[in-house]
Design a protein around this ligand. Sequence first.
Ligand code: COA
Length: 372
Amino acid sequence: MIETPGATRVPRGLAGVSVSDTRISKSSADGSLVYRGYPIAELAAKASFEETAYLVLYGELPTRGELDAFASGIWKRSTTDPRVFDIMRSLGGDAQPIDVIRTGVSALGSIDVERSIEDKETSIESKMSVLAANSLRVPRGEQPRLPGETGGFADRLLRMLTPREADDFERWVFERVLIFYMEHDMNASSFTVRVVASTLADPYAAASAGLASLKGPLHGGANEAAMEMLLRAKDPENAHEFVEATFKEGRKLMGFGHRIYKQFDPRAKLCKGYLGEMAKKRGDDRLYRLCDAIEMEMWERKKIPPNLDYYAAPIFYLLGIEVPLYTPIFAASRVFGWMAHYNEQVEENKLIRPDSTYVGPLGRNYVSIEKR
Ligand code: COA
């Protein structure tokens, strides 16, 4: 074993280790979450997506003039070079949407004409939703769906994602879910973005790395995995057997558990309420009852609460969005948080380069290839 003298050993997965000061957001074990000091429930009740994104990026709620300029900047920069769609199309219909977006963002890094860091960031923030919404259809050979000229960020994204016409309440719910997905302190993808930013690589490189990290089922991929699980479970009456069988097979229940929240995830709680309302309005509460039944089983057995992905997934499902687009939606929103982290890292930069303890073999002698 070789340890650098004076190096500090930290728990696996950096659990419980604070790696940076941040002013952007904070989640706590008691189930609280604040963005720039504002409780998430208050933002969900009162703020628009654009207001929240401005707050997350710049630290203050915008004035009317600031909000209008910010929203129109996002809209103006959403026009995406057709060469990016060509590259996405060339990946073919079997490509995973999150890989398609990551390839698109990488391509943007070479194609985009933006010069300043701030313009590059706004370009990525606005184009990420266009890439996300088209990450399934364009590789399948369909024409890109572009953002319409009316409505806010959330409305435009929803209309690109599904031809189904949502009602006012559904649109409001979708915007809340995007607000919840926007930011979550030192989650795996934001940490990844900060590692890349700390090398002073550009925002395209950082956002591509963020997307790579988001893909996994332990992070952003969980909303798709949770929906696939709910579709397999099918019926509220099956909840007991389904959970039993999942544990017997040694598998995890997707959409449950969190590194920080041990009692409840405040975003999941709010989403559960919205899902219940949506179910009531439709006169069909089977999916809601299924979610609730599995949640109760899980709590009884393991005292592990559901996370945001568990309740965002059925909301997207009722909105008529195809399952492989769920993680892309997460990306379309989280990119605003990533850029806030990028800026915070660069402003007070110190290269992120940890140490490690060598536990491999020592004292070996090279043997020529003929003698091995
Ligand atoms: N289903 C079943 N058991 C779970 C579980 C789940 N979804 N999440 C955690 N557990 C159990 C673990 O098996 C472990 O049990 P053990 O101590 O008996 O081995 C214990 O709870 C601690 O879990 P661990 O995976 O070590 O916690 P973590 O903080 O490292 O991981 C997650 C957090 C999110 C990665 C983990 O809860 C998970 O894999 N959840 C499913 C994927 C998911 O929904 N991800 C989205 C996160 S927002």
